[in-house]
Design a protein around this ligand. Structure first.
Ligand SMILES: NC(=O)c1ccc[n+]([C@@H]2O[C@H](COP(=O)([O-])OP(=O)(O)OC[C@H]3O[C@@H](n4cnc5c(N)ncnc54)[C@H](O)[C@@H]3O)[C@@H](O)[C@H]2O)c1
Length: 352
């Protein structure tokens, strides 16, 4: 009865503010339902190399002010008889001139899931038609697409902030992000990998060596890794700093740090940051949740010491490597990357 009423209302003619008759199809929806892509479909059809080109373009657009990246939204789920504990983070962005925009919802720290043999985190990307505003696709990715866009940013940083002869690449922290960084690094040039982590370095080195067909060794310590590496990717949970200035290769090194994405985290000591050519993914973000935050708090840097945002190096406004310097690229993860991987996912998976 109610649905037939709604159908009838939908059929009624309606006048807009100019007195013209308009269809009232909105009452019945008007748009097709968004397509749903499940986790297996997403993970078996997208790779980090799919994301690199569009993430590079997104960084370019970001540095020209052509990306709308709102501040992330956070919903805290208090633990009770019927809920939580847990956190929900909502991020998104629109890269000007692209046909879609993206909103992503990441649920983390639902630790009671573990008692039910479920993971504590899950997530979806919603990709929306930028002409009509209608959602096109919902991607059940449970963090997979975030990890891909993070790896893609690592590839962009390596491409623009290292020299072609820098091929020994160290990975401090050998978890999920490290795998995407290693896959991404191998798309830039053939690498020789070095791994160090509190846990999982041996397994990571074996798996990456097999998958990428490049040599990997396990370092005995972070100091050992730093002494051997031209490029160092750090992706630990950011509970404490993971290297020291005296350990770094005097011929120059590029550190690509991605572990810090919260105001409680840091991986790189302030004296290393102060001595470096410091490049942020997005300074308004790194000053709050990236490595820059701890250098500002220690009083060893000001925002005037930021050499560039990564997009400025990508679009040629600022030069990348210029000699035996220490470069730190601070990657906190931007909505521009989320929009870029959302577009790639829709382009690729909507063809299935
Ligand atoms: N910047 C971004 O865009 C972005 C995106 C996603 C995740 N992250 C962050 O990246 C970090 C890593 O995430 P993950 O999913 O790979 O974590 P993970 O738990 O899968 O792996 C962490 C690795 O770091 C190692 N580790 C921890 N402390 C260490 C230390 N002091 N020295 C050496 N190794 C250490 C662990 O043994 C493990 O190998 C987290 O802080 C996460 O929030 C950042």
């Amino acid at each position: 009865m109610i649905s037939s009423l709604i159908r009838n209302v939908g059929a009624l003619p309606l006048k807009n503010s100019f007195g013209r008759h308009v269809s009232r199809t909105f009452a019945t929806g008007g748009f097709p339902a968004p397509r749903l892509f499940d986790y297996a479909t997403v993970t078996s059809n997208l790779t980090v190399s799919d994301a690199i080109e569009s993430v590079e373009a997104a960084f370019k657009a970001l540095s020209k002010g052509k990306v709308d990246v709102p501040m992330p939204m956070h919903i805290g789920i208090e633990e009770s008889d019927v809920a939580g504990p847990g956190d929900c983070h909502i991020k998104g962005g629109y890269v000007s001139g692209t046909p879609t925009f993206t909103v992503k919802l990441a649920c983390v720290s639902f630790y009671n899931n573990l008692k039910k043999n479920l993971p504590p985190g899950s997530g979806i990307f919603i990709v929306v038609n930028a002409v009509t505003g209608a959602p096109l696709g919902v991607f059940q990715e449970n963090r997979f697409m975030t990890d891909l866009r993070t790896g893609a940013a690592g590839a962009v940083a390596m491409k623009y902030c290292t020299n072609p002869d820098q091929d020994v690449v160290g990975f401090i922290g050998c978890g999920a992000i490290a795998k995407n960084m290693a896959r991404a690094a191998a798309t830039v040039r053939p690498i020789k990998g070095v791994a160090f982590a509190l846990e999982g370095a041996e397994q990571f080195a074996k798996e990456m060596s097999n998958e990428l067909g490049v040599p990997f060794e396990v370092a005995t310590s972070a100091q050992d890794l730093c002494g051997k590496s031209d490029i160092i990717f750090t992706q630990t949970p950011g509970g404490s700093t993971v290297l020291e200035k005296d350990w770094l290769n005097p011929k120059g090194v590029t550190i690509i740090a991605s572990g810090s994405d919260q105001p409680t985290k840091c991986e790189i000591p302030p004296d290393v940051l102060a001595a470096s050519k410091y490049i942020s993914d997005l300074t308004k973000q790194t000053r709050k949740v990236g490595e820059l935050r701890s250098a500002l708090e220690a009083g060893v840097m000001t925002e005037d010491d930021v050499y560039a945002e990564l997009g400025e190096v990508v679009n040629g406004d600022k030069v990348g490597r210029e000699g035996n310097e220490i470069i730190v690229v601070d990657l906190t993860g931007t909505g521009a990357q989320d929009a870029a991987i959302g577009q790639v996912a829709w382009d690729k998976l909507s063809q299935l």
